[in-house]
Design a protein around this ligand. Structure first.
Ligand code: AMP
Length: 492
């Protein structure tokens, strides 16, 4: 890897973890002084999309420079980490990584880089490929030597093997072979490329800063560097940014659009506008739908901070019940969900939230959160609010029950671990210990994001986590876990 100063402290672990899924943030900037530092800022704004690791690759006119580190963006690229200084050049791509598996490996940290026949290519991917294992089996048989367990690496190998000449055509050739969800940014010595899968499951926006083009997962990453939002990259679109301007291609067979509705529920930052909708507004409207669908007499509406705040405000406005901060969040711990073990997760909730006792004692409380996944958070929070003296605790959830795993890039536990997969709403109510429990309906959610109702024959969004209706084929999953094990056998 000529000129690539990558972190080589690879952990010595089996090169196959039990899942390929990741959820991530991507950023790219072309032809702008301090590209590395601006990318670090962009990744900082996208930190909510991935807190496990961050990486940046720049091109300085003669060589690619890579810095990939585990931990938060500020740890690696802030003043203390000091790695930004090394990232010389006027073009950069960056990536935040998030995965559930505790044994995540340094070599999975993106952007991935390869020295191809035509030059270097750095690739950062948000999403998840649903035929990655199949592709990998084939590529390994054909002689490819994988360095990571990441599905993104399969794309690099496909680009390397493509019989086409120019990198853009090779990337298109590669992407025509992959299935799944992807928003990608790629950097060559002369181009910054952005692509969204034909269904447009994950977001990707185009921005501009004094003539320099930017690609980012969300608009909040444009705001942080003072860049202007230009437009969303369209589903199935590839933009190629060079010194001559921006070219747009639609190289794939068109598919029905299926933007991830969970981005509005939880994943995207509330100050972002994705696919023409402001996330905060959408969450407020979900809360209002919830209040109209499942009203309850109470003294206050209390959000589970921070993810429940916009929906709780919407609930409070629609119901006329006062909004109160009955739970205070300590901001110096990460999201509980990503802690690797159950015991730490339980501990994490206590570390993170504290009830405002003076406010809650003797009051009837409506708790609002965005979703119930395993139910760990809700159970603890309900208990905490009861212990603080609340006389009634009603839980309202700003999404339909999460009954199915996501295979398109949002890290969710196995379907069997999802509370709503195992239990009815009444069973869940008993499990979390609430006086009442209600979820927003699917149509309520669709109304909140601006659709009259869900079109059951052809849903306007990907809502597989709530409906089990997966728009993109699940080639690997249909082979089950055995697809992965047989891969190990093949290699041996
Ligand atoms: P649980 O305790 O497993 O029910 O998790 C529910 C909490 O996790 C909710 O408060 C959500 O805000 C949050 N959450 C939901 N989905 C995700 C996800 N994919 N990644 C991280 N956190 C999530």
């Amino acid at each position: 890897m000529t000129g690539l100063t990558a972190d080589t402290e690879f952990e010595d672990k089996l090169p196959f973890d039990d899942a390929f899924h990741e959820e991530c943030g991507v950023f790219g900037i072309f032809d702008r002084e301090d590209a590395g530092a601006l990318t670090a800022l962009g990744l900082h704004a996208l930190q909510h999309r991935g807190q496990e690791a961050a990486g940046i690759v720049t091109y300085d006119g003669t060589q690619f420079i890579a810095e990939r580190h585990s931990g938060l963006v500020s740890e690696a690229f802030g003043e203390k980490g000091g790695h930004t200084k090394k990232l010389k050049g006027s073009c950069a791509v960056g990536h935040n990584r998030y995965s559930t598996t505790g044994g995540s490996m340094a070599r999975n940290i993106q952007p991935m880089f390869a020295d191809l026949a035509g030059g270097g290519l750095a690739l950062a991917h948000n999403g998840n490929l649903t035929n990655a294992r199949h592709l990998r089996t084939r590529l390994v048989r054909e002689g490819a030597i994988f360095q990571s367990t990441s599905d993104t690496e399969a794309i690099l190998h496909l680009v390397a093997q493509s019989k086409y000449g120019p990198v853009v055509e090779r990337l298109i050739d590669a992407l025509k072979q992959v299935e799944g969800a992807y928003s990608l940014v790629a950097l060559t010595s002369k181009k910054l490329i952005g692509v969204r899968d034909p269904w447009g499951v994950r977001p990707l926006v185009l921005g501009e800063l004094e003539g320099a083009s930017i690609l980012a997962s969300e608009t909040c990453a444009l705001d942080i560097i003072g860049a202007r939002f230009v437009r969303d990259i369209k589903p199935g679109e590839m933009v190629v940014i060079t010194r001559d301007g921006i070219e747009s291609y639609m190289p794939f067979a068109p598919q029905p659009e299926r933007f991830c509705i969970f981005e509005y529920v939880y994943f995207a930052r509330p100050d972002s506008t994705v696919e023409g909708r402001n996330v905060y507004d959408a969450r407020g409207r979900i809360g209002a739908e919830l209040a109209n669908e499942s009203p309850v007499d109470a003294d206050m509406v209390v959000p589970v901070p921070d993810s429940g705040v916009p929906a709780a405000l919407g609930f409070a406005r629609a119901s006329g019940i006062p909004f109160e901060l009955g739970i205070i969040r300590n901001h110096y711990v990460g999201r509980t969900f990503i802690e690797p073990t159950d015991s730490v997760r339980h501990l994490g909730v206590r570390l993170k939230h504290n009830p405002n006792r003076a406010l809650l004692a003797g009051r009837r409380v409506i708790l609002v959160d965005d979703s119930i996944v395993r139910g760990t958070t809700s159970k603890k929070i309900v208990q905490m609010v009861r212990d603080a003296g609340a006389s009634e605790v009603h839980m309202r959830i700003a999404s339909p029950p999460t009954t199915n795993s996501c295979f398109y890039g949002v890290d969710t536990p196995n379907t069997e671990e999802l509370l709503a997969h195992r239990m009815t709403t009444e069973e869940m109510r008993r499990f979390i210990g609430a006086d009442s429990l209600a979820f927003v309906s699917m149509d309520g959610l669709y109304r909140a994001v601006g659709e009259p109702k869900r079109n059951n024959a052809s849903p306007q969004f990907c809502d597989a986590c709530f409906s089990g209706s997966y728009p993109i084929s699940l080639t690997d999953m249909n082979g089950g876990q055995s697809g992965q094990l047989s891969l190990l056998a093949e290699v041996a």
